[in-house]
Design a binder for this molecule. Structure first.
Ligand code: ADE
Length: 228
């Protein structure tokens, strides 16, 4: 079984590479992929770079070139749900693109013809994530994640995204990876740790907590991999 693990930034995959220690590097598609051989599975790890375009490219490379049969996304997100604190872990059950706007044609925000506003992640992988979190006594929230090519550090925009999509967290890659995986029939799991609250002070919090939150999320992902 070959499993892809992706993050958007080096900080989001560094804890995984540190954990697995032994890997080969494979250049492909303008990026570097790290191949880890475990006893009964192969992992393909990569940092996609930020945003929907680069994350789609990486997910497609993982599925079509490296033959990944499942993909897990590991990273950080801005928290919108008031119960979330910095470091809270969120399992993305549904993803949407908050920056898609063809409302001029009478469509709702986030809608693209031939697709749907919300794309679900894989129920079986999500169940494994929930079991692992329960075993380790780690609180794991389930939520709607809104994705867009914008770092949200503005309360007004954050509140609009929350209201329009009933979003619990905001990031910049989940929905695009979900679209790729849904269309290529690759089961996807998205784990995010909260680094900021996407409000007016988001940047300061993000810079302070990116590394710590990325590690929290990576630790859960490592244990999910063991259970697959
Ligand atoms: N990732 C982490 N925090 C974020 C935010 N506030 N907006 C977009 N992506 C993020």
């Amino acid at each position: 079984m070959t499993i892809g693990i992706m993050g958007a930034m080096q900080e989001e995959i560094a804890p995984l590479l540190e954990h697995y220690k032994s890997y080969t590097t494979i250049p492909f598609g303008g990026n570097t992929f790290y191949k880890v051989e475990l006893e009964n599975k192969t992992l393909i790890i990569a940092c996609s770079r930020i945003g929907k375009v680069f994350s789609s490219l990486t997910a497609s490379c993982m599925a079509l070139h490296f033959g990944c049969e499942k993909i897990i996304f590991n990273g950080v997100a801005g928290g919108v749900n008031p119960n979330y604190k910095v470091g809270s872990l969120v399992l993305g059950t549904q993803l949407c693109q908050h920056d898609v706007d063809i409302t001029a044609f009478g469509h709702p925000y986030g809608f693209i013809s031939g697709s749907s506003v919300f794309i679900p992640t894989d129920i079986s992988l999500n169940n494994i994530a929930k079991i692992v979190a329960k075993e380790q006594e780690i609180p794991l929230y389930e939520g709607v994640i809104a994705t867009g090519d914008q770092f949200i550090n503005n309360k007004e925009r954050k509140d609009w995204i929350k209201k329009e999509f009933n979003a619990d967290a905001i990031e910049m890659e989940g929905a695009s990876v979900a679209v790729v995986c849904a269309n290529l029939n690759v089961p996807l799991c998205i784990i995010r740790a909260i680094s900021d609250n996407a409000g007016d002070e988001a940047l300061i919090s993000y810079e302070e907590f990116l590394e710590h939150s990325a590690k929290q999320s990576a630790n859960l992902v490592i244990n999910i991999i063991k259970k697959i």
